[in-house]
Design a protein around this ligand. Structure first.
Ligand SMILES: Nc1nc2c(ncn2[C@@H]2O[C@H](COP(=O)(O)OP(=O)(O)OP(=O)(O)O)[C@@H](O)[C@H]2O)c(=O)[nH]1
Ligand SMILES: [Mg+2]
Ligand SMILES: [Zn+2]
Length: 285
């Protein structure tokens, strides 16, 4: 019996990494009956003779988008131009990742496309996220990235065309991952990467993933949304579980627009509203 980690799935073919060696494996028939769907990142047991995957070992976590198991860090790739900076998607991804017990790291791309004036504005935004307590880097800062991901399993996530594959190529130029210019007319990417694939670089793993343009925060608790806005915890509201929606005793609301970035609060309010609407719909069913 061999034990390894799934690096890539292409229809019925599973590439499994066993002690840094790749094995072409298939699934033993029984999996389809049990409805277990192994994911990239899963640890599996393989029968040495026929290279059939016989067992998926318990997961420590998994994400539905991108679809992957057992990751330590989600690298949220966020372009500041082409496609334009989308703070709704960034805040949503922060909530999504943290709700799944994965540490987020924000990686901004394409700052070279900003004018001096735009760069100044952008720097304020980046500083805000850093001060709030998030790790945030620029895609050119490979050394800093490597320090953050020592021994870890990293999944990239973010908009199509944001520069996920380009970033991985920058870290390891022997990979030659496919990248494509964004569509000028739509001002967004063209879904170049189609599958989740895990690569080992030095002492860490990183997954390239298909990008998306939107994301739903389904099935989250209100509390999980609140946890995705870590800086709000610094404020000592009158009620311990204050939802920061009603002004009564709330210490967050008075700081919106000065200490608290307006878009952060607007997005928070938006996610809570969407959450309440979807749960009232469920209730009516
Ligand atoms: N100017 C500039 N262009 C960049 C940067 N990073 C990526 N790009 C370009 O952006 C385009 C899209 O990059 P990709 O790496 O294919 O984007 P992706 O996130 O992998 O996209 P999907 O695979 O569709 O999800 C390519 O033309 C890249 O050359 C950057 O920092 N600056
Ligand atoms: Mg890609
Ligand atoms: Zn409050």
């Amino acid at each position: 019996m061999l034990k390894g980690r799934i690096k890539n799935i292409n229809s019925t073919k599973y590439i499994v990494d066993v002690n840094d060696k790749d094995y072409d494996c298939v699934l033993r028939g029984i999996f389809r009956k049990d409805k277990i769907t192994p994911l990239v990142g899963d640890y599996v047991e393989i029968n040495e003779k026929d290279l059939q995957i016989t067992k998926v070992l318990p997961r420590k976590n998994f994400l539905s988008r991108p679809n992957i198991a057992n990751v330590d860090i989600a690298l949220i790739i966020t372009s500041v131009k082409k496609p334009d900076l989308d703070l709704v998607l960034l805040d949503k991804l922060l909530v999504h990742v943290m709700a799944n017990n994965i540490q987020p790291v924000i990686c901004f791309t394409k700052t070279d496309l900003l004018s001096d004036e735009e760069l100044k504005e952008f720097k304020k935004v980046m500083k805000y996220y850093k001060n709030a307590g998030y790790d945030a880097i620029l895609n050119e800062n490979v050394l800093k990235f490597k320090r953050l991901v020592n021994d870890k399993v990293v999944v990239t996530c973010g908009q199509t065309g944001a520069g996920k594959s380009t970033f991985i190529n920058r870290i390891d130029d022997s990979l030659h991952l496919e990248t494509k210019p964004i569509s000028e007319s739509l001002n967004r990417g063209v879904h170049t990467t189609r599958y989740v694939s895990l690569y080992k670089i030095e002492n860490f793993y990183i997954a390239d993933t298909p990008g998306f343009s939107s994301l739903e925060l389904n099935q989250l608790e209100e509390e999980q949304i609140r946890h995705g806005f870590i800086e709000f915890d610094e404020y000592d509201c009158k009620y311990k579980d204050c939802s920061h929606i009603n002004t009564d005793g709330c210490k967050v609301i008075p700081h919106v627009g000065d200490e608290i970035l307006q878009s952060r609060y607007d997005n928070y309010q938006k996610f809570i509203k969407e959450h309440n609407e979807s749960s009232s719909k469920l209730f009516k069913k």
